[in-house]
Design a protein around this ligand. Sequence first.
Ligand SMILES: Cc1cc2nc3c(=O)[nH]c(=O)nc-3n(C[C@H](O)[C@H](O)[C@H](O)COP(=O)(O)OP(=O)(O)OC[C@H]3O[C@@H](n4cnc5c(N)ncnc54)[C@H](O)[C@@H]3O)c2cc1C
Length: 499
Amino acid sequence: MYPALNKLPNKSDSKPLPIVVIGNGPSGICLSYLLSGYIPYIKRGSVHPHPILQRKLEETPEVPIIDQDLEYLSEGLEGRSQSPVALLFDTLLRPDTDFGGTAESVLTWWHETNRAIPHLVLGRNPPGGAWHFIEGSMITLSQGEWMGLPDLQFKDWMRKKRRGLRNNRATAEDIAQYYQHYVAKKGLQKNFISGTVVTSVRKVSPDVNSSYAQQDPEGNSDSFWDFPEKEDDQIASGNLFQVDGFIKNTNGHQQPFSIYAENVVLATGTYDSPTKLGVNGEDLPFVHHKLSALEEAVKNKRVGMTSDPVLIVGAGLTAADAILFAHHCNIPVIHAFRRRVNDPGLIFNQLPKMMYPEYHKVHQMMKEQSVACPGPYECYISLPEHHVLSFTEDMKCVFQDKSGHQKVFNISLAFVLIGSNPNLSFLPNNGIDLAIDNEQPVNSKRNPINVDPFTYECVQEKGLYAVGPLAGDNFVRFVQGGALAVASSLLKKANKNPP
Ligand SMILES: Cc1cc2nc3c(=O)[nH]c(=O)nc-3n(C[C@H](O)[C@H](O)[C@H](O)COP(=O)(O)OP(=O)(O)OC[C@H]3O[C@@H](n4cnc5c(N)ncnc54)[C@H](O)[C@@H]3O)c2cc1C
């Protein structure tokens, strides 16, 4: 039985869905909330601490934010995001948070069901996205409050659950549960189909109508987006996408589906494909690319205090989490990374020590316990400015240092934790044509999808939107602005704006 399939329109239905959202993490959830007719107004009597923004908000207090000119409202705002709409929505939700304040949101939410737009949110995991496969005990980098979604404060939910924050930060498990709770509490479940994997999104001709007879059901006739020259007004009305995939049921069976949508929102995040080193032996069975494999290996007693060291490659926070975990289990670690320990680009050099004592500790170990000068820490050596050259079948790793000297170490397992890339294999040409540099793969930091900053619609493909890290917004507090921009644009398209 595939109960979730009931939510999917039949392929032969002549009417396509207005919106399909792919990805059910915080971006998809926030967008579903807005598309479900939850409309943000400025709370009567509230005063925003930003005087210019406050003056603008006073101009049309009766008009919901979602219907206002987002470009005008966000002009001049500054903060920790490059996206003006992300800064705007964040400052309306958390007005003085960057100054250490806890002022309440200036927004009030009305549920206007007549403004809801039918949509589906498809996702591989339960609602919550990446937070379901981040190790549950991991503490967030962000303050707990910054992980919350509109109109359900994270701290209130934690209080109700009788859970406490650690140093103002929460565990990944709490975050994942909060997102699931949010979907239930806001009555969004009917829009969500979990266990769904999208394998193909293709633009099809809207003229094909109900029979869609001219489509290639395999979707393999076109390796690039169809970019016909169209007039703008045709674009607004003429989008049609075919979204194919399968739903997994509890027995592991897969049921294929195919649906049509006028607009598709890419909210698939960037954590599905770990970055590889691209060296010989990287596909040997003792080489892993996910932190969860280390936890699994410890649980299954594949490594322990007396094993050869585990190798951890990388100098980001996931590598640091792996080191902390191994340290906690007394497992010996060799830690290799390419940068200098004092490189200002290293994340540890950017984090305040007081707030992140555990990462500071890892950084200290990296500095004080290199292979060249043994220090006070047991079971750990760092290899700064080292490259991995290869892994060999007899469980060795060959490194090269900055002077070109090679070193060989015996290891029990290797964990290459050097970042991840979005998996856009369901798009023509892996979505490369949509990126800012459309000759390079999409990358959340270096080459995000090129979107209009006030609608988040893809510059290269009308009717297709991208939010979250795919559009360059890497933190939960800022992905919500993208959702606001998309919802505002889609409400306009659907003529759901009040007169
Ligand atoms: C270890 C780690 C720690 C982090 N710490 C923080 C932090 O402290 N603070 C912070 O703000 N952010 C943090 N982040 C970043 C945060 O996770 C993201 O900003 C946020 O989850 C992005 O939300 P999203 O909804 O856009 O994407 P995601 O949360 O990544 O969700 C996207 C979902 O779409 C699914 N999906 C992908 N492709 C398909 C497909 N073809 N079909 C169906 N489903 C698909 C994915 O499996 C995933 O479940 C951290 C990330 C990691 C990995």
